[in-house]
Design a protein around this ligand. Structure first.
Ligand code: UDP
Length: 331
């Protein structure tokens, strides 16, 4: 039982997109945050809400020292590599960082004292689901190395719980999107592969958008996804950690809205929000893209009492547009 009403949280990947939003969310609620990040893809400029430890999740000694020094009540683990295409080209990197890195975290917790661990999972664990919306009990059959590394991480967690009583929640994100309402952090990937930043960059006059396929069996022929605002993701991580600190059971939970939006609908809404046209060309399908991927968000509501609040398209696109126009990302 926790005696204090605030937590000290070590956040791996706290210098990244979802990690930095979660650090801000924690700090705003009076919690204490330590960011642990090797800055390979994260940005030092996004670490604003507590101390920073420069370290790699695969470095057992460094991670153990950080936990020994800061004595967090729990960990939120974001540090990972996330590009599906790159995972096909370079699977070794993905197994090394996403599996070996996660394993090292579990080993450090086993040896330094177990405490709750909330991790970044992914809807990629479902592969090409044959039911939509997708619930957590759907078959997990990832179709690329990225998705497989995220599933392996969940298997390791389940085994460490049995052997070492390590409590965990894996949050399976659908399409993370949007930016902080105050413009203090936002999406900053190099290179950027995600739809919404690429749409907004095309509006700003950068590279024309490539639409990957308009011959899917969806109403307008483009792929349908479930876009969830990053600030809603941040809230879910904190709710998951509180759930574990209250002694409730480990589990995997989808983070989505239950609402599907097509690529064409994103383009139309982006044009409306920015007041400008989105220059685009239709290209062939991107290998491995399911036609439709939409979450059944019921378990998040039931288990965590969590619900998306900022994930309407207007809020997602206007916050992402404000971040894009602020020009803080180097591209
Ligand atoms: N997409 C696109 N052009 C881009 C990036 C993405 O047409 O420059 C499409 C992609 O094929 C998919 C959807 O947008 O149907 C969402 O892709 P994203 O990479 O943002 O997320 P994913 O669903 O792959 O995790």
């Amino acid at each position: 039982m926790r005696r204090k009403n605030w937590m000290k949280v070590l956040v791996t990947g706290g210098a990244g997109y979802i990690g930095s939003h979660t650090c801000k969310y924690l700090a705003e609620r009076g919690h204490s945050v330590v960011t642990y990040d090797n800055l390979s893809t994260g940005h030092r400029e996004l670490v604003k809400w507590g101390p920073f430890v420069h370290g790699d999740i695969r470095d057992y000694a460094s991670l153990r020292r950080a936990i020994h020094t800061h004595e967090p009540d729990g960990l939120i683990h974001f540090a990972s590599v996330i590009a599906v295409g790159e995972s096909v080209q370079n699977p070794g990197l993905y197994y090394d960082i996403n599996c070996m890195g996660s394993l090292t975290i579990m080993q450090v917790l086993r040896d330094e004292g177990v405490r709750p661990l909330v991790v970044s999972g992914s809807a990629a664990v479902y592969g090409l689901p044959n039911v939509c919306p997708v619930g957590e009990s759907a078959v997990t059959n990832p179709i690329n190395p990225y998705g497989r590394t995220k599933l392996v991480m969940e298997w390791m967690l389940a085994d460490f719980e049995v052997a070492h009583k390590l409590p965990w929640v894996a949050l399976r994100y659908f399409n993370a999107s949007g930016a902080d309402a105050d413009g203090e952090t936002g999406e900053w990937h190099e290179p950027e592969t995600h739809l919404i930043p690429n749409v907004l960059r095309a509006v700003r006059g950068g590279q024309e958008l490539k639409v990957f396929g308009n011959d899917y069996s969806t109403p307008d022929g483009t792929c349908i996804r479930d876009y969830i605002h990053v600030s809603d993701l941040a809230a879910a991580h904190v709710a998951a950690l509180e759930h574990l600190l209250a002694g409730r059971p480990s589990t995997s939970i989808n983070l989505g809205t239950g609402r599907g939006v097509s690529v064409a609908e994103i383009i139309a809404k982006a044009s409306q929000v920015t007041g400008k046209p989105v220059p685009y060309t239709v290209y062939p399908r991107r290998p491995g893209d399911p036609a439709m991927l939409v979450a059944d968000p019921a378990r998040g509501r039931e288990v965590l009492g969590w619900e998306a609040k900022y994930s309407d398209l207007e809020t997602i696109l206007s916050s992402a547009w404000a971040w894009e126009c602020a020009g803080k990302t180097a591209h």
